[in-house]
Design a protein around this ligand. Sequence first.
Ligand SMILES: C[S@@+](CC[C@H](N)C(=O)[O-])C[C@H]1O[C@@H](n2cnc3c(N)ncnc32)[C@H](O)[C@@H]1O
Length: 226
Amino acid sequence: MEDWEKAYQALPGEPYLQVLEKIHAALKPKTYLEIGVQYGFSFCLAGPQTFAVGVDPNPCIQTDLHAWSRIYRQTSEAFFISYPGDPFDLIFIDGLHQYEAIVDDFCNAEQYCTPQSIILIHDTIPLSAESSKKDFDPGFWTGDVWKIVPTLLQARPDLTIFTIACPPSGLTVIKGFGKSEGISSEVVDQFREKEYAWIESRKKTALGVVENREDIWMPLLLNKKS
Ligand SMILES: C[S@@+](CC[C@H](N)C(=O)[O-])C[C@H]1O[C@@H](n2cnc3c(N)ncnc32)[C@H](O)[C@@H]1O
């Protein structure tokens, strides 16, 4: 069986693009930042009320964009050095799928957050050792993005963090910004060395996984009791 098929079997329910669409509809963010735009399949989900900023060194947009939008053809690293704009209400990180890059994207993105902002990180539930290896693979590949979740759960108890078990590879929601404490290099070093075998048996707790059911994740997103 192909890994894509296995991923959709392991995590049933609505795929991440549908979940993201519902998040946009619920939050109606005034400003949205997306790191890793590619064909625009997620970027196009921003609504007409949103000013959307996309960042990708190699965007190949194949969709109609609804939002008032602008795409920066550069790496997120270069973007964050020079972008002088206002904070973002919603940020979706889906760029380079390597732990160190995600740590940098998260720390940089946090600088553009208000206490009401929400950061989403894609590809945080790994499927297998092969598809979560650090080196790029043109097939089903999440890289070792998953390591950001236990890193944040340990380093940032000030934040609210949960991972929606949506196919093909999960979507982590992070909120409650305001303290901007960063992530210590000791914690980053601790998780850098972890292998897939470590996470395999403890995905639910170490990734803060919640069921892929809107009646469960939406109240968590909106701070409502379910
Ligand atoms: C998985 S795709 C994004 C998919 C898109 N978000 C979607 O859901 O349809 C990852 C994208 O990240 C981009 N990327 C790679 N390195 C990057 C970097 N350093 N900064 C920003 N984007 C990067 C790639 O060019 C690629 O288009």
